[in-house]
Design a protein around this ligand. Structure first.
Ligand SMILES: Nc1ncnc2c1ncn2[C@@H]1O[C@H](COP(=O)(O)OP(=O)(O)OP(=O)(O)O)[C@@H](O)[C@H]1O
Length: 391
């Protein structure tokens, strides 16, 4: 379900921003400084359109000054877009009164910043309950909820400490707990993990992704760190000079950069750490045969697809085993089950390329890829692995 939609959003800082937009062709080739000199304006965001669906982690990534924070702030109108529309759950929030806007923000949207305002003289649990207090939630309910979200972010046992008694990483969790307490549907996060040192940061990223599997939220996450973006994103938008240069899944960004700018960005990345089985697998239909088929039918299928192995699945798409071309063609069994071998490599669809390479090195059978219900969802062949590595 679509939660957020930005349509042709511009943010120009300075007077007469609309005039700059109307005459953009005239200004597009100017540097930032030249534009400022000529018009007194600075481009924050330039004609950006995208939508984010429920459950997504949409990461806006780009170098300093590319417009990430400005765009994020346009989503909840902390910055008033100069032009364009922003829809939250289908409602055009660029067109609502200040009162309605405040109400939408309070009910649906929370923001998490790199540095958030702690209340130093209040205990951790008071800090987390504070947002609910402002909303007029009664004391018992807000403290029960605060305790619940503190447990969720791994801070159970720290409720009665003061913020300064917590490490940076724990304070960041506290910030997250505070944002989660009112149960917002949308979280806007601006460099939320940037203050953490690398090891803790990585741990936070992993926990964050895990946490989001438990609490379904829609996230827009700003970062200047490409590794962070690739690790946590469902989709990434790379910004450059106020505009989107490319939007795509981490694998699309890494494997199919659309412009030289992006390919320069991703050139030295260890691809194998960001591409998963899901990104490169062939569809299961190419490799799967049903357990009630005859040997002849299976050979026909293997000939047609040009494959040496076929995975045999039951009516629930669960794998029964694998058959290889030679044994089926040389054999005289009736059913494909007569040739079944249960010795095959199988991996979860989220397995990273680096692990798949290890697995492929130990077997000649293509790797079966399964989902959380253990159903065959694809196959990664040796050819596909080599192709990906060479790309
Ligand atoms: N309040 C403002 N007034 C004038 N110009 C601004 C304002 N806020 C941002 N800008 C300009 O808009 C452009 C985009 O800034 P923004 O802060 O969104 O970039 P960013 O990608 O978030 O950068 P960083 O990673 O450094 O925070 C920059 O050129 C900046 O100078």
């Amino acid at each position: 379900m679509e939660r957020i939609r930005c349509s042709g959003v511009w943010k120009i800082f300075g007077q007469n921003g609309n005039r700059v937009i109307d005459n953009w062709d005239q200004y597009r080739d100017l540097s930032k400084t030249e534009l400022l000199k000529k018009t007194g304006c600075v481009v924050g965001v330039r004609d950006v359109s995208f939508s984010v669906t429920s459950g997504e982690i949409f990461v806006i990534m780009g170098l300093s000054g590319s417009g990430k924070s400005t765009l994020l702030r346009c989503i909840n109108r902390l910055h008033e877009p100069t032009r364009g529309r922003v829809y939250i759950d289908g409602e055009d929030i660029t067109d609502v009164s200040q009162k309605t806007l405040l109400d939408i923000r309070r009910r649906k949207i929370a923001m998490v910043f790199q540095h958030f305002a702690l209340l130093p003289h209040r205990r951790v649990i008071d800090n987390v309950a504070y947002g609910l207090e402002i909303q007029g939630v009664d004391k018992r309910t807000r403290y029960a909820r605060a305790a619940e979200v503190l447990e969720l972010v791994g801070l159970k046992g720290w409720e009665r400490q003061y913020p300064h008694e917590l490490s940076g990483g724990m304070q960041q969790r506290m910030g997250l707990a505070r944002a989660l307490a009112p149960d917002p549907e949308i979280l806007l996060m601006d460099e939320a993990f940037s203050a953490l040192d690398p090891l803790i940061r990585r741990q936070m990223q992993e926990e964050f992704v895990k946490l989001l599997k438990v609490v379904q939220k829609t996230i827009v996450f700003v970062t200047h760190d490409l590794h962070e973006a690739l690790r946590i994103a469902t989709r990434i938008a790379i910004m450059r000079a106020g505009a989107f240069e490319q939007i795509g899944t981490p694998a699309e960004i890494v494997l199919k950069p659309k412009t030289k700018y992006i390919s320069d960005f991703v050139r030295d990345l260890p691809k194998a750490q960001f591409v998963t089985a899901r990104d490169i697998m062939d569809p299961p239909s190419k490799w799967a045969v049903r357990d009630d088929q005859t040997g002849e039918q299976v050979i026909n299928k293997m000939n047609a697809e040009g494959i040496w192995h076929a995975y045999v699945v039951d009516s629930h798409r669960r794998i029964c085993g694998v058959v290889d071309y030679r044994s089926v063609i040389q054999g005289n069994g009736n059913s494909v089950l007569d040739y079944l071998s249960r010795d095959f490599p199988v991996q979860d669809q989220n397995t990273f390329l680096e692990k798949l390479i290890d697995v492929a090195a130990r077997t000649s059978v293509p790797i079966a890829v399964i989902d959380e219900n253990k159903r065959l969802v694809g196959v990664v062949s040796r050819e596909r692995l080599l192709e990906t590595l060479a790309s």
